[in-house]
Ligand binder design. Structure first.
Ligand code: 5CA
Ligand code: ZN
Length: 422
C-alpha cells in the first residue's frame, strides 16, 4: 500500500552540530532489561524495525499516536547516529473487529478500512511521523501468510479444528520467551485479546488461530488448506520476515501486544524459518487512558488526532503533549496536557527566534544522551526548556554574550530528534 508523505529531517552535522555518539539502548520485554539496540553499531549499518500498525477503524486516537511517536523517536535517533533505517509497518485491513464494525454500521469493510487508513496517513503526516518504507495491508500479504502456514504445516506445527488451522504452542520450546508470563498470567490475556481458549477441539486453550475457514457472508481467499482468511499473529510474522528477515532489531507496539500477539508471532516465525530470534528486541509503549480506562475502540472512550486538528490544535502541540510522558509509562489524557504543551511550544518558538542563546552543542549532547537512554523524552524536553528559558532571559537582558547561531541550531535539533517543527 501507499505509505505517507515524509517530513524533512535536517542533518545535525550540516546544521553545525557535532556527530551523535551515544548508541540507542531500549527496554526489551523479552529480557526485561534496557539493552543496546543494534548488533552492528558501526555507522552506516542498517537498522531494521517492524511496528504493528492499526486495525483500521476508529483511527487515529491519542493512544495510537503515542505508540507511533515512540517508534518515530527510535527511527530518528538511529538516523542521527548515521544508520539507514529499514522500517516496516502493517495495517490489519481484514480481521474480526473491522468486519464487526463494518456490519454494525452498514459500510463495506473495504471502504471502512480504506477510509480509516487514509485518515491515519494524514494524521501521521501532520504529526511529522516518519513513514515506513513498506506499509503492508493484511489483504495484500495473504500470499505471504499462506506461505508461512505451509511451512508450519510441513513441520507439524499446525493442525485443523473443523476447517480452521491452529498453531500448537507446544511445538515451540521457547514459547513464553517474549512476554515472560506464566501460563496463569497468559490465560486471561489470551481471552481478552482476541483468543478463543474455549474452542472445542483445540489441543491447548492457548493455541492460536492461523487460518479461519470461510464463514457465511465473510470475505475469504483461496489457499491449499481451504478458503478462508488469515489469523492475526501470522499476519505480522509473515510480513516482518518477508521484508526484514529474521533477527531484525526491534519489533514494536503498545504493551497490549506483548502477549499474545508478539509472543505468537515470534513462535510462528521461529518455527517456520528454523531460525531464532524473530526480533532482537521486543519494545512496548505504555497505554494512554481516558477517564480511568485504557483508551480503546471497544470502550469508545477516544480522543482523535483528526478531531483535535479540525478544532485548530497545532499538531506540534499534540506531539509535545505525548512526548511529555515517558513512552513506557501508562498515563491519562486530560485537556490540561494540551494546555501545557501549547505553552511549551510557544516558549520554544519564541526562544528559537531570540537573537542568541546558550551553547547548542551542549544541549545536543544532553538531548541525545537522554534519548539514547531508553528514549527519555521527558528529560530531553526539560533540557530544551532550560535552554529556552536562558535564551529568552538573555534577550530580555540585552545580553549579546550568547551564541548568535545557537537558536537556528536548536531549531534543527528539536526538528531532527523530537520531530517538532518550531
Ligand atoms: N492491528 C493490530 C496490530 S497488528 C492492532 O493492535 N491495532 S490497533 O489499532 O488496535 O492498535 C494499533 C497500535 O496502537 C498497537 O501498537 C496498540 O498497542 C496501540 N494502542 C492501542 N490502544 C492504545 C492506547 N490506549 N494507548 C497506547 N497505545 C495503544
Ligand atoms: Zn501486529
Amino acid at each position: 500500500m501507499r505509505s505517507w508523505t515524509a517530513p524533512e529531517v535536517p542533518s545535525l552535522t550540516d546544521a553545525g552540530l557535532p556527530e551523535a555518539a551515544a548508541p540507542l539502548a531500549l527496554h526489551d520485554t523479552g529480557s526485561g532489561a534496557v539493552r543496546p539496540t543494534l548488533r552492528d553499531a558501526a555507522p552506516g549499518a542498517t537498522a531494521r524495525m517492524y511496528v504493528c500498525g492499526i486495525t483500521p477503524y476508529d483511527a487515529t486516537h491519542l493512544g495510537h499516536a503515542n505508540t507511533y511517536l515512540a517508534f518515530d523517536l527510535v527511527n530518528r535517533v538511529w538516523r542521527d547516529l548515521g544508520h539507514p533505517v529499514h522500517y516496516v509497518q502493517n495495517a490489519t485491513d481484514v480481521d474480526d473487529p473491522l468486519l464487526e464494525r463494518a456490519e454494525q454500521t452498514g459500510v463495506d469493510w473495504r471502504e471502512l478500512a480504506d477510509r480509516e487508513i487514509e485518515l491515519f496517513r494524514e494524521d501521521m503526516a501532520a504529526l511529522r511521523v516518519l513513514p515506513p518504507d513498506q506499509y503492508v495491508g493484511a489483504v495484500e500479504a495473504i500470499p505471504l501468510v499462506v506461505e508461512m502456514i505451509e511451512k508450519l504445516r510441513a513441520k507439524d506445527a499446525a493442525y485443523t479444528v473443523d476447517q480452521d488451522v491452529y498453531f500448537p504452542v507446544a511445538a515451540d520450546p521457547r514459547f513464553g520467551e517474549v512476554s515472560r508470563l506464566t501460563r496463569e498470567q497468559m490465560a486471561p490475556l489470551f481471552a481478552e485479546r482476541g483468543g478463543d481458549p474455549d474452542r472445542a477441539g483445540k489441543h491447548d486453550p492457548l493455541d492460536a488461530l492461523l487460518w479461519l475457514a470461510k464463514r457465511p457472508g465473510e470475505p475469504a481467499w483461496e489457499s491449499p488448506f481451504g478458503e478462508g482468511r488469515p489469523g492475526w499473529h501470522v499476519e505480522c510474522a509473515a510480513i516482518s520476515v518477508e521484508y526484514l528477515g529474521m533477527a531484525f532489531d526491534v519489533e514494536g507496539g503498545g504493551s497490549d501486544l506483548a502477549f499474545p500477539h508478539h509472543e505468537m508471532g515470534a513462535s510462528h516465525a521461529q518455527l517456520a524459518t528454523g531460525e531464532h530470534p524473530h526480533a532482537r528486541a521486543y519494545v512496548h509503549a505504555g497505554m494512554v487512558g481516558l477517564d480511568g480506562e485504557k483508551m480503546s475502540k471497544s470502550r469508545g472512550n477516544l480522543v482523535f488526532v483528526s478531531k483535535l486538528r479540525k478544532a485548530g490544535v497545532d499538531p506540534m502541540a499534540i506531539r509535545l503533549a505525548l512526548l511529555a510522558h515517558h513512552y513506557r509509562a501508562d498515563w491519562e489524557w486530560t485537556d490540561a496536557e494540551l494546555d501545557g504543551a501549547r505553552a511549551r511550544l510557544d516558549r520554544w518558538r519564541a526562544a528559537v527566534g531570540a537573537a542568541s542563546g546558550p551553547d547548542a552543542a551542549a544541549l545536543a549532547a544532553e538531548v541525545r544522551g537522554h534519548l539514547a537512554d531508553d528514549l527519555d523524552a521527558p528529560a530531553a524536553l526539560a533540557a530544551v526548556d532550560r535552554w529556552a528559558e536562558r535564551a529568552l532571559a538573555g534577550d530580555q537582558d540585552g545580553d549579546q554574550k550568547g551564541d548568535t547561531e545557537a537558536p537556528v541550531k536548536v531549531q534543527a535539533l528539536v526538528d531532527a530528534l523530537l520531530g517538532v517543527a518550531l
